[in-house]
Design a protein around this ligand. Structure first.
Ligand code: IPM
Ligand code: MG
Length: 361
């Protein structure tokens, strides 16, 4: 069978890391007899440069014609916040998430044994292990609310960003979290700010309803400020963490750092269909673009999540995981995670190493 993958290479280090993920997919395809074909899709700052807007017409249709979307990263100072919205890469990223209906963003953060020394937490904390799944609502809340900017007579310019959530939006992301917990360690921590925000009070009441329905799953409410603290104090307490869009953006950044490097973390954005979008959680890192020093592991693992969630290839996905684990265990490190006594790998060498480990496993 042939699988068609939309490739959004994007900006900065995006093209470099996507190139390595494709290398790894090819190794998997060879080994298991799958054929992958790729449809290049232009989105982000590179699209602004090429056609004048970051989200060219027909982008969503192109992606819908594929079985899954693999994305590197978009953004960069060249297309900064002083530029009109239609030229900014972030606008395109939000639009594609919304247009493909990808409301559930899964961001696993696990501390691999080989990376234990890279964990910035106290040794006794790290030793308890970190293995959590952040489930971030991705198409609602303040990211998509109405934005306003107006002059006031006496206070200068004033702006507002509206944060709205419906019961339906909360319920569907909540269900994802409970279903995932059943496949993991059976615990859901729901993060909100119900002591202040009305959206959070609704969030909490919907989650409580679901917690009754999924009574076999352990459930707790955690206020977002406390969640930020608990993530560095005792991350082992978390299994599935479910939260709204902006809290999830912030907390997933924090969760990634306690596992060593943001360069190691993949994500899957899912909707009601199997066609998801898969990407590393890091940004386009323009400062290191074009130097072949980026860490491709986040994107390689995202390709692994794609095999698992979009194509039901559990074994193939597991081989990617194991090859990444093996490369780290054997001491191979890209610049961001380099330590004394380890073997330095460029971005492309790391891709080669992981692809070879799959071929030879
Ligand atoms: C992420 C990124 C994006 C987000 C930006 C680039 C719009 O930070 O995927 O975490 O905030 O969702
Ligand atoms: Mg982010």
């Amino acid at each position: 069978m042939n699988y068609k993958i939309a490739l959004i290479r994007g900006d900065g280090i995006g093209p470099e890391v996507v190139g390595e993920a494709v290398k790894v997919l090819e190794a998997v395809g060879q080994k298991f007899g799958h054929s992958f074909t790729y449809e290049e899709v232009l989105l982000g700052g590179c699209a602004t440069d090429a056609v004048g807007k970051s989200y060219p017409d027909g982008t969503a249709e192109k992606c819908r014609a594929c079985d899954a979307v693999l994305l590197g990263a978009v953004g960069g100072p060249k297309w900064g916040s002083d530029k009109p919205a239609e030229q900014r890469p972030e606008t395109a990223l939000l639009a594609i998430r919304k247009d493909l209906g990808l409301y559930a963003n899964l961001r696993p953060a696990a501390l691999r044994p080989a990376m234990a020394d890279a964990c910035p937490l106290k040794r006794e904390t790290a030793e308890k292990g970190i293995d959590l799944m952040m489930v971030r609502e991705l198409t609602g809340g303040i990211y998509f609310g109405q934005r306003e900017r107006y002059d006031t007579p006496d206070r200068g310019v004033e702006c507002a960003d509206r944060m709205a959530y419906s019961e339906q939006e909360i319920e569907r992301i909540g269900r994802r979290a409970f279903e995932l917990a059943r496949l993991r360690r059976n615990k859901v921590s729901s993060v909100d700010k119900a002591n202040v925000l009305e959206t959070s009070r609704l969030w909490r009441s919907v989650m409580h309803r679901l917690a009754e329905e999924y009574s076999d799953v352990e459930y707790e409410d955690v206020l977002v400020d406390n969640a930020a603290m608990q993530l560095v104090r005792d991350p082992a307490q978390f299994d599935v963490v479910v939260t709204e869009n902006m809290f999830g953006d912030i907390l997933s950044g924090e969760a990634s750092m306690i596992t060593g490097s943001i360069g190691l973390i993949p994500s899957a954005s899912l909707g009601e269909t199997k066609r998801g979008m898969y990407e590393p959680i890091h940004g386009s890192a323009p400062d290191i673009a074009g130097q072949n020093i980026a860490n491709p592991i986040g994107t390689i693992l995202a390709a692994g999540m794609m095999l698992k969630y979009a194509f039901d290839m559990d074994q193939e996905a597991a081989e990617i995981e194991e090859a990444v684990e093996a490369a780290l265990r054997l001491g191979y490190r890209t610049k961001d995670i380099m330590e004394d006594g380890k073997t330095y790998r460029t971005c492309s060498q790391m891709g080669d190493t992981i692809a070879e480990l799959i071929t030879n496993a």
